[in-house]
Design a protein around this ligand. Structure first.
Ligand code: FAD
Length: 407
């Protein structure tokens, strides 16, 4: 059996950062990353943005070049999937039958895209956007696509719609709720993005339900809505969230549902087993201590650093302020904090000028900002979120006064 000091399962953002942070913290033991994708760790956000657009090649997505991992003696086992965890024996088993013993195990497996379950959902031409392979498959089909349907008006669906529209495709975006980004942003931001997409030719449909997918010769030809309308499409992109990849860990006894439960240091309920990133259900200070999963690079990286420090015996706690970004057309959205549960939303600046912010308050305190082409607000507003500042809404709305003067 192979023996390692630290085995990291999942070679994505969180897994890679755990390995990097271990070495940065002076950890001299053996470190192995086991990842089921064939590639070195790469940056996923570009997949629905510059990579899909053809503006950035894969080499530029690598989190670190091959040399980096070699120089730090970080072993990669790629294209191999961990299928079982044996917590008492302190080992994992992979789909090649290999058993790998660990002193510490870090689970950093992200999630798998939620798929449609309706009739026709297995037709060729239906895509999800999670991995390089997903997007490569999509890109290989694009030349045959005149019209695409995007199902789901979250960030990934909107970003994919923006890229396809820029590539000259006709795009119909179907959202089941009455606004896009409903799960993550306030109404003002949703309406702004709906208008922007429509202005770029995207047919944004709200409050629509997909009945089934239709096809011919195994290839998708359209989406049948429950109201009977058929929307023609040679490509369907499904962006309806992820299911955290934690089955092997929870089957081994780790606590959690919809993710694996971790404490402030990233420890699961299994001894010497940690989890980070999209799959880690944690009490987040910026969500009033509620147990949530965050799907962001910030969360994966910061949790990874806390776990690495804990492993090397340095005191660490994950309590970083959440932040996120999304690029659509020439709009750079930057968010800080978590707006869920806000009771007041203040628009600062003028959306029509395509540079503005939405500031979210809860019980009079600033909990989050969504900043569109407003980098200064984002940078300065972060302090307001960190401090849970109480500021007169009229001042916050005054875009003539920099936020830093209000801290
Ligand atoms: P991942 O990066 O998904 O890595 C998990 C890895 O583990 C994967 O390679 C997976 O295949 C592998 N794996 C799973 N199970 C096993 C197993 N049993 N054995 C071995 N390997 C396994 N975040 C932002 O902050 N800003 C953005 O703009 C943004 N845009 C995004 C756009 C897209 C298209 C996507 C998909 C995500 C985006 N995100 C963005 C989210 C961000 O990429 C994720 O939050 C981040 O990748 C999470 O890191 P992770 O390590 O938890 O998971």
């Amino acid at each position: 059996m192979i023996e390692q000091d630290v085995v990291i399962v999942g070679a994505g953002h969180g897994g890679a950062q755990v390995a990097v942070a271990l070495r940065q913290a002076g950890f001299g033991g053996s470190v192995m990353l086991v990842g089921d994708e064939p590639d070195l760790p790469y940056e996923r956000p570009a997949l629905s943005k510059e990579y899909l657009a053809g503006d950035k090649g894969f080499e530029r997505l690598l989190i670190r070049p091959q040399r980096f991992w070699e120089e730090r003696d970080i072993t990669m086992r790629l294209g191999e999937r961990v299928v079982a965890v044996e917590p008492d024996a302190h080992r994992v088993v992979t789909d090649t039958g290999a058993a790998i013993g660990y002193r510490h195990l870090v689970w950093a497996t992200g999630g798998t895209p939620r798929r449609l379950s309706c009739e026709g959902s297995d037709l060729t031409g239906i895509h999800t956007v999670r991995s390089r392979a997903d997007v490569d498959r999509m890109m290989a089909e694009l030349s045959r696509v005149d019209q695409a349907v995007v199902i789901g008006g979250g960030y990934i669906g909107l970003e994919a719609a923006a890229v396809l529209a820029k590539l000259g495709k006709r795009v119909v975006l179907l959202e089941a709720l009455d606004r896009v980004l409903a799960r993550v942003a306030g109404e003002a931001l949703s309406r702004f993005y709906e208008d922007e997409h429509r202005a770029h030719g995207v047919d944004v449909r709200l409050g629509v339900a997909v009945g089934h997918i239709i096809g011919s010769d195994g290839q998708v030809t359209g989406v049948h809505l429950v109201d009977g309308e058929v929307v023609a499409a040679q490509m369907v992109i499904v962006g309806i969230g992820i299911i955290p990849s934690v089955a092997a860990l929870t089957e081994a006894g780790a606590a959690g549902s919809n993710g694996v439960l971790v404490d402030a240091q990233g420890r699961t309920s299994l001894s010497d087993v940690f989890a980070v990133g999209d799959c880690a259900l944690h009490a987040n200070a910026f969500a009033d201590g509620a147990a949530i999963r965050l799907e962001s690079v910030q969360n994966a990286n910061d949790q990874a650093v806390a776990v690495a420090r804990t492993i090397v015996g340095q005191p660490a706690e994950y309590k970083a302020v959440p932040w996120f970004w999304s690029n659509q057309y020439d709009l750079k959205l930057q968010t800080v904090g978590l707006s869920g549960g806000h009771d007041t939303a203040i628009v600062r600046g003028t959306p029509a000028n395509r540079s503005f912010s939405v500031i979210y308050l809860k019980n009079g305190r600033v909990v989050a900002l969504d900043c569109v082409n407003a980098v200064k607000d984002y940078v300065q507003g972060r302090k307001l979120v960190e401090a849970a500042a109480m500021i007169d809404p009229v001042r916050l709305a005054d875009s003539g006064t920099p936020l830093k003067e209000m801290v």
